[in-house]
Design a protein around this ligand. Structure first.
Ligand code: UD1
Ligand code: CA
Length: 426
């Protein structure tokens, strides 16, 4: 969306979180809640994003460092109009300004797009996102005249005379014509019970000046869940989880028990893969088709799994690539490993990828067989069709050749006497 700038309000401390971390940096499925908001904004094609910080501003600025998102500081938390004012220098007089709150992580790009479209189509000065609630307490109420035109927003603390009149509320997300925003900000005072500068006072100012204020109603009320406490953080996390899993299921993935499964954002899973209960799949994981994952598996960032591969119970994988039709079925940890196809990793086999200072890699070639309880102290290379005996400890720097059998502690190559019929094939 050219010529549109987004301002994300995130200066609030979030007192009810009882935390030293700024509220918007509290995580939902591994990512700060504000990153869902900025993600939705950029997905709605608004590329110019300014985040208004206040409490813990250094931490918020550091989080966005290098992400192409600007941060400005609101020195004193004097209200939402003052917060937008802190970003005034970033706003030109032409174009539009989208205002979103950093603590409403469930807002979607689709809703933002609709809001911006309506704003552009109707040529309004301001377009609000609204909702009708059974219990509108605590929200700003949308006040309309007899012709249905929006004439003001009455904040809950000031809304006494309107309280019974309307259950239509201000979600908080809105789009202004830049010039109208800049002009109306000048007229806002703090003559209210909280002595705050309310951004919502722009509605009355614009309307009184003969400008048009439009609205669209929110379809899915979950999108407006604001996170003010840890209980609300958990509620928002649950909604996000459900969204992610429903999208995967719609694309052909079976998730046997969504209630006990957690899948983070940025996970790709191919069709006909089955996720068994109590499995956690973190961000930046890709799984192919026809795999079986879990129960009780944990797949962490940087994991790549081919097609038809089985990852069983109590298996943890991190930064590990596993090719097609391999089995890693019980009690295994593989970190920084690259495993070929048709490999069998025995129960309890482990890569020791961290020596206290450095992380090292393990390579396991196609069709190899790793015995139960084997310990592979990386860096190690195991060739194709190799066999590692049960309980073997392979020391760092070992290079097991294609087709070799190694056994023992530390593992040594087992030399076959002639006539030895030991089978290395499965
Ligand atoms: C606000 C709206 C209200 C709406 C409700 C929806 C105003 C005056 N009222 O009320 O109409 O129904 O949201 O949840 O905007 N912020 C700053 N700096 C400040 C004050 C606030 O950055 O000085 C940020 C907060 O971090 C928050 C947002 O602005 O993200 C809204 O402020 P808040 O004080 O929570 O407003 P509400 O009373 O919830
Ligand atoms: Ca709020």
């Amino acid at each position: 969306m050219k010529n549109t700038i987004a301002i994300v309000l995130a200066a609030g401390r979030g007192t009810r979180m009882k935390s030293d971390t700024p509220k918007v940096l509290h995580e939902i499925l591994g990512k700060p809640m504000i990153s869902y908001v900025t993600g939705a904004v950029s997905k709605a094609a608004v590329k110019n994003i300014v985040v208004v910080t206040g409490f813990g501003s250094d931490k918020v600025r550091d989080f966005f460092y290098g992400a192409g998102i600007k941060t400005v500081v609101q020195k004193k938390l004097l209200g939402s109009a003052d917060a937008v004012g802190a970003a005034k220098r970033e706003i030109g007089r032409s174009g539009d300004v989208l205002v979103v709150y950093g603590d409403t992580p469930l807002i979607t790009a689709e809703t933002l797009k609709k809001l911006i479209e309506k704003h552009k189509d109707s040529c309004a000065s301001l377009t609000l996102l609204t909702a009708v609630l059974r219990d509108p307490a605590e929200y700003g109420r949308i006040i309309r005249d007899t012709a249905g035109r929006i004439i003001k927003i009455a904040e809950d603390s000031e809304a006494r005379e309107y309280k019974k009149e309307t259950d239509e509320i201000n979600v908080g997300t809105c789009v202004f014509k830049s010039a109208d925003l800049l002009d109306s900000l000048k007229g806002i005072g703090c003559d209210n019970s909280k002595r705050e500068y309310y951004l919502t006072d722009t509605v009355g100012i614009l309307s009184a000046g003969g400008k048009r204020v439009e609205s669209i109603a929110m379809e899915d009320l979950n999108e407006m869940i604001g996170v003010n406490s840890r209980v609300e953080l958990a509620a928002a996390t649950n909604v996000m989880k459900k969204r992610i899993m429903e999208e995967l299921m719609a694309s052909g993935v079976t998730i046997q028990d969504p209630a006990t499964t957690t899948i983070y954002p940025d996970v790709k899973i191919g069709k006909d893969t089955i996720i068994y209960p109590n499995t956690i799949i973190e961000s930046d994981v890709k799984i192919g088709e026809n795999c079986r994952i879990g129960p009780f598996a944990r797949l962490r960032g940087g994991t790549r799994i081919g097609n038809g591969t089985e990852i069983g119970n109590f298996v943890e994988l991190v930064r590990t690539t596993i090719a097609d039709s391999t089995k890693v079925k019980h009690h295994t940890y593989l970190g920084d490993a690259k495993v070929g196809k048709n490999v069998n990793i025995g129960a309890g086999a482990i890569t020791a990828n961290y020596d206290g200072k450095n992380k090292s890699r393990t390579f396991i070639g196609d069709s190899s067989f790793i015995g139960v309880g084997a310990i592979i102290i990386a860096p190690v290379k195991i060739g194709k069709k190799a066999l590692v005996g049960a309980g073997a400890v392979i020391l760092r720097g070992t290079n097991v050749k294609d087709g070799a059998t190694v056994v023992g502690v530390p593992a040594k190559v087992l030399r076959r006497r002639s006539g030895d019929r030991r089978k290395t094939d499965r």
